[in-house]
Write a protein that binds this ligand. Sequence first.
Ligand code: BGC
Length: 802
Amino acid sequence: MDLHEKSVSLVQQMTTKEKAALCSGKDYWNLKGLERLGLPNIIVTDGPHGIRRQISNSEDIGISVNYPAVCFPTASAQACSFDRDLLFEIGSAIGEECRHENVSVILGPGINIKRSPLCGRNFEYYSEDPSLSGHLAAAFIRGTQSQGVGSSLKHFAANNQETRRLTVDAVIDERTLREIYLSAFEIAVKQAQPWTVMCSYNSVNGEFSSQNQHLLTSILRDEWGFEGLVISDWGSVFDRVKALTAGLDLEMPHVGDTSDNRILDAVQAHSIPEDLLNQAAERIVYLILKSMERQPYQYSIDTHHKIARKAAGRSAVLLKNDNGILPAKPGASTAVIGAFAKVPRYQGTGSSRINPTHLDNACDELKALGIDYEYAAGYLEESDLPEARLIEEACQIAKDKEIVYLFAGLPDRFEAESFDRESLHLPLSHNALIDAVCEVNENVVVVLHCGGVVELPWADKVKAILLMHLGGQAVGGAVADLLTGRVNPSGKLPETWPYKLEDNPSHSYFPGYPLCVEYREGLFVGYRYYDKAVKAVRYPFGYGLSYTSFEYSDLVISSKSITDGETLKVSCKIINTGKREGREVVQLYVAKKESVIIRAEQELKGFEVVQLAPGEQKEVNFLLSSRDFAYYNTSISDWHVENGKYEIRVAASSQDFRLQGTVEYSGSVEAHLPDLRDTAPGYYDLTSGLKITDEEFAGILGRPIPPRERIPGSPHTLKSTVSDIQDRWVGRLINKIVEQQAKTLSEKDPYLKLMIEKTVPDMPLHFFTMMGANSLSISQVEGIVDILNGKYSLGIRKLIKK
Ligand code: BGC
C-alpha cells in the first residue's frame, strides 16, 4: 500500500467527529494526530530564513522565546544571488535543522510580489518579478523537501502590504492577477510541489483567500495540479465550513472546538458532502504519514554558519565602486564608523524572527582578517536623531584615513511584519553622519543593512556602496570577506531602486482604503513600469557590480520562428575579462515592440549564474517555451501569444543589454486580442506617469470598482475591526479591554510591542479567538457582534455560554 492508499484507508476507519477534528491544529504549532490509529501529532513552525521553533506550544504569540537556529540571509537578500543552487543549499540546511528539531513543515518561503517598496514584510519576499520569485522559491522548496521536510508556500495570494492585511480586499484585474501576482506561485507549485500552501489573510476580489474557491481549488488544484495541503494563515478563517468547501484543508492554529463542531454539524446535516471532509482528512493524514518517514539528524552549527556566510556574500550587491576603491588596498589606514558595524541589523521582526546560534559583526571579522582600524559609533541605535557629539567623534577618526567603512541602514523599528513603512528614508542620524563624514574624507564606502529599498540622498558623495540587505547571522564575516576582496560581489538587484518613493507606480494607490486596495497600476509593477514610463531610476532591476568584468558574445537563437508548443534555445558565451575570479548573473528578457495589447516594455524570462576564473569562458543556455511569450487572455481564460516579432535580450541588468536577436512567433491559436487602446488609453502611454481613471480601472476589472469605506452605521460582522466598532459604546469599551491586553502582551516581548500597537486598530473581531490566554470562542465573538448590533440578549447568551 502506498502512502496515498494508506491515508485513504486510515480515514475510512475514522468517525466523522475524528475527521472533523483533524481539520484544525492541536495548539499553535502542532497538528492533531490520532493515537488509536498510530498517527502522531506533527509540528509545523515558522521560517523561512531559518527555523523559529517556539519553546512553548501554547497559544502564546510571543515571538522571541525560541530554540536557537542558524539565521540565514532573509529572502530579500537571498534573491540578489539569483542563484538556484544557493537557494537549494539554504533550503536543505534549514531542512536539516527541522529534522534536528523534529519539525515536519517549515512555514515558508514567502513569495508575495514587491508591489510597493513600503511593504513592511518585503524583507521576507524575493522580488518584484514573478519569474525570479517563482524559480527561487522552487529551488528553496526542493532543498527543504530533499530532507523529508515540507515547505509551506505563502501567502496565497496578493498579500502585498501589511496595512490592514487581516481584512483588506485586493482589487486586481484578472490578467494582472495571473501574470504578476499568481505566476510565482504557479512556477513554484508546478516545479517543486510544496507539501503545503498557506493562504493569505486578505481577500482577493471580494472573497477572503481562506474561503476563495477560485484561488484554492479552480486555480491551485485544478489548473496547476497542486497535490498537497492548503493551510490557513494563523487566524485567517472566518467561516470554517465555507473555507473547507473552497479547498482549505487545515485551519491553524487551534482556536477552540467550534470550527471542528461546525464541520461536523454541516456533514451531519448534509449541507456539505462527507467526501469533502474525507478529502481534507486524507490530505492531512498523508502529510502525517510522510512526516513519519523523516529521519532525525544532528546538524553541525559550524557548517551551517559557514553556509550562512557564503550565502550572505553571494547576496550582497555592489551598487557603486568609483575608481575601484573596493576591494581596499592591503594596509590602507581604515576607519570603521557606525553602530551597525558592532551590532548589525541582520534579520527582520515578526513571525520570521530567529534566535540565532551566534552573531558575527564586521568589527571583529575585519580584525580577524588582519585589518587594523579605528572605530566610532556615529549614531545611537535606539534614536533617529543625529547626535552632534557622536558625529564629531566619527569625523575626527575618519578625517585622516585612507578609507572609511561607514555602516548604515534601517533599525528594526522601521520595517517589520504587521505594518508598512511610511517612507523610504534612512534615519536622520545615519544620513547626517554620512554627510558629515563625506565632508572630511572623500573615500567613504557605505555598507547598507536594510530589508528593502531606501532613498540614498548622499549616493553621489560616497565612493562605494555595498548593499548587504538583512544578511543573517554571518553577515559580519561576509562584509569583511567582500571589503577585503576575499569574496567578489556578484549579487544583482531583484527589485528596482527608484530615486524617490513618489516614483513608484503603486504610490498613489498604496495602501488603499479602509475596505480595499486598488491595484490600478495593473501589470506595471517594478521595472515593468519604470521601463515603460522611461523613468530614470537610481539602480535598475538586475543591476550589480563586480570586482572583475565580463564580456558577452556569440548569441545563438535556435530558430528564426516559433509557434505554440515549441521551444527555443538561446545560448551565448560569457568570458571573465578581469583579473579576479567572479560570478555573473546573466539575464534574458523578452520584448515585443509592436503590440495592440497592454504590455510591459520587456519581461525577465531567464537567468543563469556563471562562475569564471580570470580569462575563463563558459556557454550559458536558456530554453524558452510558448509560455515565455504569452500574456493571460481573459476572454479565453488561458495563456495566449500575440503573433509577431519578439526581441530576445541577453543582459547584465534590465538596462544593460549585451546581446540582442529576434524571433517571429506565428500560428498562435485564434483568440480575440484585448486591444484596449480606446477604452483604457492610460495603460498604453506611461511617459507622463500613471494616471488611471475610474472608467479605465473598472474597464480592466470588468466590474464596478467596489466600495472603499464602510457605510456609517451599517451592521457589524466578524470582519469589523477594532476601529470600526468605535461607533458603538460597546465597541469603545471593547477597545479599552483590548488595549489593556495588548499592553500586557507588549510588555512580555519588546519585538511585539510595535507590531501590536500598529495592528490593534485593524484587528477584525474574529481575531479575538487568537488573543492567547484570553481568547474567546468564535461563538462568543459572534455574541459580541450581536451585542454591537443591538441584539443584546442573544449576544449575551452566546457570550456567557462556554
Ligand atoms: C504570518 C505567517 C506565519 C504565521 C505563524 C502569521 O501571522 O502571516 O507568515 O507563518 O503567522 O506564525
